[in-house]
Design a protein around this ligand. Structure first.
Ligand code: SF4
Length: 417
């Protein structure tokens, strides 16, 4: 019997060695070592001698990252385990935070075109002096309003404040705008008109505390992945309602997807408001104490019947009724929207219609609630707040002559528009 036991031949033994080697070049790449600095295990070849905190700039979630560096050079990145936004998580975009550093066309120094139109590297002093003298010359020749700026949601809030102050009060520039104009001016206006100031009323903890989450024109699975992880961390087994004509990844992961016809969202939300009022599913005490013009609103939405909703949206009556019943007071309902609302043809009104649903049902100002616009760029909210949009400071209305005069007096400017 002993002779019947099969042994691998020498050739097979060699193949085993090829399939599993412990000292090949790729094995060395995978070798881990304690990273110290509270980092756990890190690749041995990327062991850092220090770390620096940073915020991921690839979406508006704002995840905290730790940049690992060695001899002053960034060698690796990991999510910050103590940061309250991402709690040690990062999506594939965040893990690639260092990739732009290796880009061949990354600008590392200022460049100026020479007389032949070719870009030449110059010193920072020369670049700044050229910029200042050319700006001065343009303004001296044509007037201060002949220079304008368009800012971005990728800058720090402090830089936005400095840019706005320097341009408006230092250089007398009258024409400036921020990424808000192309992105979510509608949400900013809706918040200002509804609340008197532009500040979406939520924290990320609300995603974990809601019983019902309503996403409108938003695809956080892909666009804000860590924010979506916070939804998945909700222990209440929430109903997740997605209102979106597209079957997005978020719609596929939702408990209910309302695939309405494009441009029918305003009819849907006004109609839902009407249905909630008819059924008595509103918070009368909250409405009385915290809102105004409710009677006029009731009158306005009374024209949005169930038949009008189904006709416009393509939903059936049962879907609309069941949606309304999920939004009524009692459970914690939060509303979340992004560019599908903001960049639509009635964006301001749709955003306000969502805010109105939250207000009339008292779903605001409590954990797990709120009418919440999500931005796209990492500091889009900074540009909204810091007045590089055509807004007045501190919740003042540009349309109000009294507000204009007050702000102008403070800043030593003329109040005329
Ligand atoms: S969710 Fe957004 S902020 Fe967080 S790691 Fe991903 S891209 Fe960066």
């Amino acid at each position: 019997m002993k002779d019947a036991i099969l042994q691998p031949s020498g050739q097979l033994q060699n193949m085993k060695g090829l399939l599993r080697r412990w000292n090949g070049p790729y094995t060395q790449l995978l070798r881990q070592t304690p990273g110290h600095l509270g980092l756990g295990q890190v690749p041995e070849r990327l062991r850092p001698d220090g770390t620096t905190g940073a915020v991921c700039g690839f979406c508006s979630t704002g995840c905290g990252l730790r940049i690992h560096h060695r001899n002053g050079v960034a060698v690796n990145v990991s999510p910050d385990t103590l940061y309250p936004v991402n709690k040690g998580m990062a999506c594939p975009k965040g893990w690639e935070a260092l990739t732009p550093l290796y880009s061949e066309d990354r600008a590392l120094a200022p460049r100026l075109r020479d007389s032949d139109g070719r870009l030449q590297t110059v010193s920072w002093n020369e670049a700044l002096e050229t910029m200042v003298s050319r700006f001065r010359s343009i303004q001296a020749t044509f007037g201060p309003e002949f220079i304008a700026f368009l800012s971005t949601g990728q800058m720090m809030t402090e830089e936005m404040a400095l840019l706005g102050a320097l341009a408006k009060f230092g250089m007398g520039i009258r024409h400036c705008d921020s990424n808000t104009r192309q992105c979510m001016a509608t949400a900013a206006t809706a918040c200002k008109e509804s609340f008197g100031f532009d500040a979406p009323p939520y924290t990320y903890s609300d995603l974990e505390e809601s019983d019902v989450l309503v996403f409108v024109g938003a695809n956080p699975c892909i666009a804000h992945p860590i924010l979506w992880q916070r939804v998945l961390g909700n222990p209440n087994r929430p109903e997740i309602l997605v209102v979106d004509p597209r079957k997005t990844e978020t719609a596929s992961a939702a408990t209910r997807h309302y695939a309405i016809q494009p441009k029918s969202d305003l009819v849907l939300f006004y109609g839902l408001a009407n249905l909630l009022i008819q059924e008595g599913w509103v918070d009368q005490e909250f409405i009385r104490e915290h809102t105004s013009f409710f009677e006029a609103f009731v009158d306005h939405v009374s024209e949005f019947s169930l038949a009008r909703i189904t006709d416009a949206t393509g939903l059936c009556e049962d879907e609309v009724r069941s949606m309304a019943s999920l939004l009524r007071p009692g459970k914690r309902v939060s509303y979340w929207w992004t560019m599908g609302v903001n960049q639509s043809h009635e964006g301001t009104r749709v955003a306000q219609a969502i805010i109105n649903l939250a207000l009339m049902t008292g779903q605001i100002g409590k954990p797990g609630t709120g009418a919440n616009s999500i931005t796209g760029q990492c500091n889009a909210m900074g540009s909204r707040l810091f007045s590089n949009i055509t807004n007045l400071l501190g919740g003042h209305e540009f349309e109000s002559p009294e507000h204009r005069r007050k702000v102008a007096d403070e800043l030593g400017l003329r109040p005329d528009p």
